[in-house]
Design a protein around this ligand. Sequence first.
Ligand code: LLP
Length: 434
Amino acid sequence: MKSHFSIDEQGHLVIGGVSAVELAERFGTPLYVMDEQRVRENYRRFYRAYADRWKKIIVCYAYKANSNLAVCKVLCSEGCGAEVSSECELRTALRAGVPGEHIIFNGNCKSPQELKLAIENNVLINLDSLQEIEVVDEIASKLGRKARVGIRVNPDVKAPTHPYVATGLRESKFGLDVRSGQALDGYRLAKEKENLEVVAIHSHIGSQILDPRPFEEQIRKVLEVVAKIRDELDMEIELVDLGGGIGIPYKPDEKELPPEEVASKVTAAAREAVESYGIQEPTLVFEPGRYIVADAGVLLARVRYTKERPGIPDWVAIDAGMNALIRPALYDAYHHIEVANKMLDKPTKLFNIAGPLCESGDFLGKNRKLPEVQPGDLLVIYDVGAYGLSLSSQHTAKPRPAMVLVNSGRAAIVRERESCEYLTRLDRIPEWLE
Ligand code: LLP
């Protein structure tokens, strides 16, 4: 059990000083719970890991992991910037109080409307294609402003992770190709544009990475590009944005990748490259998502029924499925599961845990050893603070779960549970059906 959880004398799980059983009774299930202190601790640990080893660093939390307004406000209060990938994430960052100058806008297919909003707020835009360079220059010119930009490059680094979340390989859709010289062409083109201020280089090699080596390879390759840009185009790049990607242990026996270890290796590689190329010491920018919020969040779900099936583990049907948490169905991801009201009971039997939807992919865990499970028990699904609610859906017209924030014994709703009215509020009936 991770250090921010405990167990009370009734054998109930406690998070943020509040009993999970009480939370489920008070707010209903399925319920996402975020531990505010853990979010702060994770952020501070990540920040310190780099700040202790490099002079100029910027950390921008990746909103796609969890863009709940209250969670974003917590991070903003820590002085953390924002990495956003859509208009709504950008608006959330501004609403949370993050100054435009501390926001980075990424994505391979941004709309003119999104770009306009970003330029108006002085957000740093990482451009993802040669065409986007033209588009942003044009929009900035119409607005009579200069757009602060970087270019996302594809450094061709293999990341040991699920293929759906590896983004730094040549064949991925992201960034301008380094090997063929396209990345340099991008900088050449951007340099000529009157309405662009080129300040950054961006790359992101993938997510859920538990090995420091790909990050070392990334910084080496990116600084080589920075040196080429200086040598061939006489441009100095101030901000070297390395994206996110540090993973967390999801399985109880998995080892963490300490951010200090990555930071020490990445900054050592950076120092070496800075010296050997004789380039300026850049500001290093990081966009962690999962590391900051994943283990701060749990999903509480109620057991409704159990069922025996000779020869295979018993089925347990709970009220949260792939609608609430799609990671097991989409990536075959492991999320540890326990019985929140029987934390002191010995696991004795294997169970398969199913959601309520009519799809066989609708499971949250298979072959899990748990204490005897009965209807009414409360299951806790761990490490869902990142890419949990943010990837949830209304499959089978199931309203999405609520989210509460807990801190020192207090609990408050930070996202209301959706209702049936909410789900159909945008439906319309054409007049010929009236
Ligand atoms: N920066 C960029 C440009 C990104 O695309 C991402 C994540 C991040 C930062 C944050 O990466 P992190 O530190 O969280 O690894 N839905 C998947 C993860 C997709 C990640 C996409 N990009 C999952 O549930 O595992």
